[in-house]
Design a protein around this ligand. Structure first.
Ligand code: CA
Length: 228
């Protein structure tokens, strides 16, 4: 029996990225974009875990959580857009099992899902952990990236670039935003500098497996990372 995870999230792209990651780890995933629809459905059938966005059309995440807690101990992980919100939610003691702030890395979310399930669902094993994003693994300590077991080393700038893109899959970063992520000192570098760093980075990853493309340029806008 697959573990059922419900994602209540009104941003379709975020929801589908999480779905991809969770399904790759063998979870069964249902997505709800409207809070009231989700609550209605949970009254009929409670999933094994709920990833619950705070701001939602229909019923908001806070109300859903409170409502569910009247009748159920289903593990709930709240997703919020602001880190200050987490403090407020903790203070309200709404009974969520964990809180994750956006932007998050989908890998982090999967790890937190596993951690919560280990606590709350006896006998939950970790099958599929190896599958987790196995196409690309970034090792920050050694500044290396591996694709399907082959690895290459990155410069500090390339590592920062890759981490920035990787942590928000699908999000388009302008060159200026990437510059800010890479350099702490507000130095002025040209767009071409960013382009050449990205080019180097893509070449390095391409050498590992030419068939896999992770970093995409978006004409006129910038760059994004798409998980495979
Ligand atoms: Ca939202």
């Amino acid at each position: 029996m697959k573990i059922e995870i419900a994602i209540v999230e009104d941003e379709p792209r975020l929801a589908s990225v999480l779905q991809d990651y969770l399904e790759r780890d063998n979870y069964s995933v249902t997505i709800w974009s409207d809070g009231s629809d989700a609550l209605e459905a949970f009254r009929e059938e409670v999933p094994d875990l709920i990833l619950l966005d705070l701001m939602l059309p229909g019923t908001d995440g806070l109300s859903i959580c409170k409502e569910l807690r009247k009748t159920s101990n289903v593990p709930i992980i709240m997703l919020t857009a602001r880190v200050e919100e987490i403090d407020r939610l903790l203070g309200l003691e709404i009974g969520a099992d964990d809180y994750i702030c956006k932007p998050y890395s989908p890998r982090e979310v999967v790890a937190r899902v596993k951690a919560v399930l280990r606590r709350t669902l006896p006998g939950h094993d970790q099958t599929g952990t190896e599958q987790l994003d196995s196409k690309m693994i970034i090792n920050e300590e050694s500044a290396t990236v591996s694709v399907e077991g082959q690895s290459t080393s990155l410069t500090a700038v390339e590592l920062k670039l890759l981490m920035a893109l990787y942590q928000s899959p699908g999000r388009i970063y302008s060159r200026e935003q990437l510059m800010k992520k890479i350099y702490d000192d507000n130095r002025i570098v040209s767009d071409r500098t960013i382009d050449s760093h990205v080019k180097k980075l893509r070449q390095k990853i391409e050498q590992l497996n030419p068939a896999l493309e992770f970093i995409h340029s978006v004409y006129g806008l910038g760059y994004k990372y798409e998980p495979l």
